[in-house]
Ligand binder design. Sequence first.
Ligand code: XIL
Length: 335
Amino acid sequence: ATGLDTAAKAAGKLWFGTAADIPGTGEAQDPYWSAEFNSSDFGEATPANIMKYMFTEPEPGVFDYTGAEQFLDFVEGTDKLVRCHNLIWQSELPTWITSPNVTWTNATLSAALRRHVTTLIEHFGDRCYSWDVVNEAFSDSPAGAYQSNIWYNTIGAAYVVEAFQAATDAVKASNLNVKLYYNDYNIEYLGNKSYAAQNLVKDLKNRGIQIDGVGLESHFIVGETPDKASQQANMQAFIDLGVDVAITELDVRLNVPATAATEAQQVLDYYNSVAACVAVGKGCIGVTVWDFDDTYSWIPGTFPGQGYGDLFLQPGGANTTLVRKAAYDGVLQAL
Ligand code: XIL
């Protein structure tokens, strides 16, 4: 078979993968989506939502793995790696953390953070190839500053270090192989936000804390995507610090409906990201798209007026045949 994952492995990558919103959107109940998910195009799966804080710790100290186990049940047996996503983020938090009626102190929130990180890493163990330990800590304005959120506003920048320290301790205590990642967007090209992420890598390494990789989300917009050379240079900057990089959430959205011109540009944009990952060598370890089927994409719900961002579509809607878009061939050509 010459699926994307098969081709990625032949190109020296560990995987070509996809996010899956299971149980979420119900895509797993779509036999056409499922058949494609289980094809040789995908050797890795990332839970789009169900391992996030609000689902896994809905009440303080009360952990719920029901949905996450459904995700893993669906994925396991299909020979896929799982990038577990994510432990500490500002979004999709339970109300017991975000409620204005709760007063957190540095000490109480740090303790909650450590409990969450430790418990999830120990529970899922080596079923996770990696964990995104901290997600999206840096801001776009000004680029590279810490994002103002409950973690930063209560604990300060130390929350990121504390999360990675707790993760490091859990990996050691349970003798796991899990890789620990920092994951963010707008760090796919050199600039202040990428430099902030690079400084974080250096800082964690100087402290003797485990960080194995940086996830480059790569939620791109047609025509505004960094070119191959700038993505490759950025990847190399991280690799030079002694970590892997992975493309973790690739999609390329456009104003719908697509035109011949925007579709052609999208093919090139997909090609550039995957080709940069190939060109930089082993240090770019894998590529994951943020779902592969426009039917189930998060884009139209999040960016009104935009869509058409994935590799496949279903002309007849959900539960009908999937069609490969030109972007699919752009990816395949890069591998
Ligand atoms: C998105 C999911 O796809 C949506 O279903 C959800 O409503 C919001 O989160 N960066 C990330 C992902 O790291 O977790 C986000 O996923 C997309 C942006």
